[in-house]
Ligand binder design. Structure first.
Ligand SMILES: NC(=O)c1ccc[n+]([C@@H]2O[C@H](COP(=O)([O-])OP(=O)(O)OC[C@H]3O[C@@H](n4cnc5c(N)ncnc54)[C@H](O)[C@@H]3O)[C@@H](O)[C@H]2O)c1
Length: 249
């Protein structure tokens, strides 16, 4: 087991990529704190882990609240004795073309995708630097490099890359690795909820823009997160690893 007795927090893990990461980590022996704003979804994932013989506990609430994020770290320590792995996965889209984007759309995305990741990195780092061990994994996106209709989202996902590299440089001497994953087109509710016209356009373009010619799955991202959470990546920090079917090749 690649994460035997490790303790992980995964934000926004009631469904989608976060759920995939929780299930993969638990399969490899990790004890996991499941967080989501959706209580029913978070509880269902906790029960799924337990049904498979693993250990998990839920913390309900938004990553946009420092108290909630600190609560995840405190819960990991109280329930499972420590914290080894922090995955800052929770993220939202509020898409609009630049000339139509509202302050509300901007503010909501900044609060969750940017401030939420800041809280996650900071609350984990304060504990991990004292412990002298830790793995922080931040979920960015290929949209960090620009995507029409996603100026707010792209701003946060590009900022995550800067935060990852800065935290890696600050925490390296404390034996804490900080890396980011930039997924592209992973078939979750985030993509499924896009307008049908946009999904049709993606399907048409897929063979031309994607060497591997398929949408990704949560498991594709979870396997990469597992590598970054495991001892196998011990000499890697400050990197952004793409999980996008070769779209950026
Ligand atoms: N799906 C993709 O194609 C794709 C591509 C690149 C990056 N990403 C990133 O991957 C991450 C996960 O995306 P996904 O596709 O699984 O999305 P998703 O919408 O399927 O799942 C996101 C989960 O986060 C939860 N959540 C939303 N706001 C929250 C908050 N404030 N606090 C805590 N939880 C919250 C939601 O309830 C949901 O369960 C996000 O950061 C997203 O930006 C996704």
């Amino acid at each position: 087991m690649r994460l035997k007795d490790k303790v992980a927090v995964v934000t926004g893990s009631g469904r989608g990529i976060g759920e995939g990461i929780v299930m993969r980590f638990a399969e490899e022996g990790a004890k996991v704190v499941v967080n989501d704003v959706n209580e029913a979804d978070a509880n269902a994932v906790v029960e799924k882990v337990k049904a498979a013989g693993g250990q998990a506990v839920g913390v309900i609430g938004s990553v946009a609240s420092r108290q909630v994020v600190q609560g995840m770290v405190d819960t990991a320590i109280k329930e499972f004795g420590t914290l080894d792995i922090m995955v800052n996965n929770a993220g939202i889209t509020r898409d609009a073309m630049l000339h139509k984007m509202t302050d509300e759309q901007w503010d909501q995305v900044i609060a969750v995708n940017l401030t939420g990741v800041f809280y996650g990195i900071q609350c984990a780092a304060i504990f991990m630097r004292e412990k002298g061990y830790g793995k922080i994994i931040n979920i960015s996106s290929t949209s960090a490099f620009g995507n029409p209709g996603q100026l707010n989202y792209a701003a946060t996902k590009a900022a995550i890359i800067g935060m990852t590299k800065t935290a890696a440089k600050e925490l390296g001497q404390k034996n804490v690795n900080v890396n980011a994953i930039a997924p592209g087109m992973i078939w979750t509710d985030m993509m499924k909820n896009m307008p049908q016209s946009a999904k049709d356009r993606i399907d048409q373009m897929l063979p031309a823009i994607m060497p591997l010619n398929r949408k990704g799955s949560p498991l594709d991202v979870a396997n990469l997160a597992l590598f970054l959470a495991s001892e196998e990546s011990q000499f890697m920090t400050g990197h952004v690893l793409f999980c996008e079917g070769g779209m950026k090749a």
